[in-house]
Structures are given as structure tokens and as C-alpha cells.
Design a protein around this ligand. Structure first.
Ligand SMILES: Cc1cc2nc3c(=O)[nH]c(=O)nc-3n(C[C@H](O)[C@H](O)[C@H](O)COP(=O)(O)O)c2cc1C
Length: 331
């Protein structure tokens, strides 16, 4: 059974399990965050995108991104690039390092990536997209998946054509983010367009874009008929969303969000894991954004975030976290 079969064979106590996937997010979905998402019920967590060129040059950053945690039986690495040979080689290297799924990035909208012909730029060149998917599928035994947008812009919405190309060339699953590259993250994701792609494909289709809570998860599922849901921004500072969505989809009462004591435990656990994997200086800096997300809406959060951004070292930050939570009125 390969990793995609495994993903779709998961069952809940009430029967069918809808796979819930943590979206790949550069600068966010590192090993500590993936571990937390999986702990809260994500069935699969994609790595940050790793540049294929950097991977084949063995740069320390790319090797770090492409390293599984010890609690990740279905380690999924996303690769980006525009050269079929390099993409194939990067996929092979990742397979050798334990990846159980290789995902190809065909959706990243940022100029640094698209100017090199990678990410969403591949939507504009269907034959190159086909060559990359083909080369990667030939290079590895593990399943290959593709993450796409609906097209480059409103006048070039070829998401269905790209999804069909992915299927024809051996991809085992396609994730569709319901926006074009031109949309960036603006407006609303077009779920009807995701539904249209889902209807035409035999391989599983994962829906992505604007799932923000259990209700929107069920709405996306019913409106699109997709085989699973991928959640990105709504997990930031709220990784327990996976557990809440899973309960709601299974018709069970939605578990409440963690109380302040449990949240403090979670934040400290996440913080220490970042220090452990990145080292004290980088970890202390990289944790700032997570601390900001976790403390949204809490009393005096703005002052806490400001102080943390100027914290000289991780010991001080850990103390700041402790005293911030202990002075919350409801702690
Ligand atoms: C900070 C950030 C980084 C992202 N990095 C990636 C990436 O590396 N690869 C990718 O395919 N998509 C990336 N995305 C897009 C997300 O995977 C997802 O498609 C998008 O956020 C829409 O889903 P959402 O509405 O659930 O957030 C990124 C999004 C954000 C907010």
C-alpha cells in the first residue's frame, strides 16, 4: 500500500474519514509545526517547498526542509523548479531521504519563483508542466502529487487541462487552490471551479482555499465533492482546527479550543521544538510569527508581541511567554 492508498484508507469510529491536509507554507510548515498539526489530527502535512536546484546542490537549508520528523509516517515533500531533469533528481534525493510522497509545486505566485519559470508559471507552459510531472513520476517509486491553481489569470484558466495532464502523466492526486496566480490571495476561492475539476478526474482531488472553520470545511466538501481538504492560513495559531473539523464532519460535537493553560503548554512545546531544531538564535527569531498568531485576541497581545520581537534570547522569550499567559484574566 503506498502513501496515497494509506491516506485514503484511514477510518474514523463513524466510518468514512475525509483526509485533512496541512497546506505547504514556506517559512511555516517546518518540522515543529507539522508535528503539532499531526498531533491535532491532520492526516498529512506537507513540507515547505524546497527549491529543486538547491536540493541537488545539497544546500543545508534545503536538506533541513526535506527532513522528516520522527512522528511523520507519511512524510510529504514539496519540490519547486522548472527543469524536468533537476526536478527528477530532487525527487529521487527526497525519496532516498524518506519522503513517502513527492508534491510538485505548480501554484506558488511569488515573483522570485515564477520569474524562474517555476511554481504557478508552469501553468502557462502545459508541455513543460507535462514533462516535469512525467520526469518526476518516472524517477521515483513513491506517489507523486501536484498542487495547482486555477490558471495564470482570469483569461487563462486552464486548471482542468493541467489537472488532466497531471493525471495522464502519473500523478496520484491533485490539490486545487481555487484561485489564479493573478488573484494571489485576494477575493474568494472559486469552489465551483474546484468542483468542475473534481468531476473530470479519476484520481483523488483535494480542495484548497478559504476553509477557515468546521462549517466552511463541510461547505467546501458538499459544494465541490472533493476527496479531501487542505487547510493553510486558518491553522496559523489554531492548529486544533483539524480536530474540530474532523469532529464536525463526523457529526460529533465540535471540541472547544484549548483553554489558556493548555494553550500555554502548546505554545511552549512549539517554541522549544523550534529552538531545538533551528538552534537558539534562528529558532528564537522564527518563533515570533507563531507567537503572534497564538496570541491574537488575548489581553495585551500587542504589547507582548512587541516585547517578544525585541527579546534578546530564547530564555527571555520563554519567560515572557510564561508571564504573559499567567497574567491573562482567565488563566
Ligand atoms: C505564508 C504562506 C506560505 C505559502 N507557501 C506555499 C508553498 O511553499 N507551496 C505551496 O504550494 N503553497 C504555498 N502557500 C499556499 C497555501 O499552501 C494554500 O494554497 C493557500 O494559503 C490557500 O489555502 P488557505 O485558504 O487554506 O490558506 C503558502 C501560503 C501562505 C499563506
Amino acid at each position: 500500500m503506498d502513501a496515497i492508498d494509506e491516506l485514503f484508507s484511514k477510518k474514523t469510529t463513524t466510518g468514512r474519514c475525509v483526509p485533512l491536509l496541512l497546506a505547504p507554507m514556506a517559512g511555516v510548515t517546518d518540522a515543529p509545526f507539522r508535528r503539532i498539526a499531526l498531533k491535532f489530527g491532520a492526516h498529512l502535512a506537507f513540507s515547505e517547498m524546497v527549491a529543486s536546484q538547491a536540493m541537488v546542490r545539497n544546500t543545508p537549508k534545503s536538506l533541513k526542509i526535506a527532513s522528516p520528523t520522527d512522528c511523520e509516517p507519511l512524510f510529504a515533500v514539496q519540490i519547486a523548479g522548472s527543469d524536468p531533469k533537476v526536478m527528477a533528481e530532487a525527487a529521487r534525493m527526497n525519496e532516498g531521504r524518506g519522503a513517502r510522497i513527492i508534491d510538485i509545486n505548480m501554484g506558488c505566485p511569488v515573483k522570485k519563483i515564477t520569474n524562474n519559470g517555476a511554481g504557478a508559471a508552469l501553468l502557462k507552459d502545459e508541455s513543460l508542466a507535462a514533462a516535469i510531472i512525467h520526469a518526476v513520476c518516472q524517477a521515483v517509486k513513491v506517489p507523486v502529487t501536484v498542487k495547482i491553481r486555477l490558471g495564470w489569470d482570469q483569461d487563462h484558466k486552464n486548471g482542468l487541462a493541467i489537472a488532466r495532464i497531471a493525471e495522464r502523466n502519473g500523478a496520484r492526486m491533485v490539490t486545487v487552490h481555487g484561485r489564479t496566480r493573478q488573484d494571489m490571495y485576494r477575493g474568494k476561492a472559486d469552489w465551483a471551479a474546484i468542483a468542475a475539476i473534481k468531476r473530470e478526474l479519476a484520481i483523488p482531488v483535494i480542495g484548497n482555499g478559504d476553509v477557515v472553520d468546521p462549517e466552511s470545511a463541510l461547505a467546501m466538501l458538499t459544494q465541490t465533492g472533493v476527496d479531501g481538504l487542505m487547510i493553510g492560513r486558518a491553522t496559523l495559531g489554531r492548529p486544533w482546527i483539524f480536530n474540530q473539523v474532523a469532529h464536525y464532519l463526523a457529526d460529533a460535537p465540535i471540541p472547544p479550543k484549548p483553554d489558556l493553560g493548555s494553550l500555554l503548554e502548546l505554545v511552549l512545546d512549539h517554541f522549544h521544538a523550534m529552538i531545538h531544531t533551528m538552534g537558539p538564535i534562528l529558532g528564537n527569531r522564527a518563533a515570533r510569527k507563531h507567537l503572534a498568531w497564538y496570541t491574537r485576541g488575548l489581553v495585551d497581545g500587542a504589547r507582548f508581541r512587541d516585547a517578544v520581537n525585541r527579546s534578546p534570547d530564547h530564555h527571555t522569550t520563554a519567560q515572557m511567554i510564561q508571564s504573559f499567559f499567567h497574567t491573562q484574566p482567565e488563566f
